[in-house]
Design a protein around this ligand. Sequence first.
Ligand code: ATP
Ligand code: MG
Length: 198
Amino acid sequence: MRIGILGGTFNPIHYGHLLVAAEVREKFDLEKVLFVPSASPPHKNHPDIAPPRHRYQMTVLATRSNPFFSVSDLELQRPGKSYSIETVKELLNIYGKDSGLYFITGTDAILEIFTWKDREELLKLCQFIVATRPGFDAGKIERTILKRIHLLKTPGLDISSTDIRSRIREGRTIKYLLPEKVEEYIYEHGLYRTGKIR
Ligand code: ATP
Ligand code: MG
């Protein structure tokens, strides 16, 4: 099995995530891409992070129409902070040691997932695919790391969850930035209307 893993806060999921996943899926001929919403992101302190169940549900709604996509609640089941190394090891247990895991990130996030102690182990356990993201220069990635990852040029969508959240707070439109089903879900549950959601 060749499986892509796209971790993220998905707060909320948007077309930037979906496009990257679809491009990588096709280019690397993956059998599936697993979207893995993080429980309590170790590298973020958003005051406006929606509860995991909402982020999970929005990710399910956004990926449902693509037979190659599925959503994993692995990090939501695990208490405490989520580290990529633990997720990768669990997925290797589930899918078998021989499965090919492809860890997908944008150019901004690649360094966030390596901690000082797990970088070498992660690079041994799976391949890394780093997708270009508008506003984030791939040239900033160390050359030693660049040599060990696949850098994939994708049609850049300058969309971020941060921008979507601030649009909602300001009462501005979020149309065409994320799937309509996700947009409806956000309004139905009153997400992101204020800086703090719990
Ligand atoms: P936030 O603004 O809250 O940080 P985000 O839009 O960056 O949200 P994340 O959930 O943090 O979304 O990102 C998950 C993964 O998707 C990361 O690896 C990130 O680099 C990648 N990603 C997110 N948006 C894009 C985009 N527009 N183009 C390419 N990659 C993206
Ligand atoms: Mg981000």
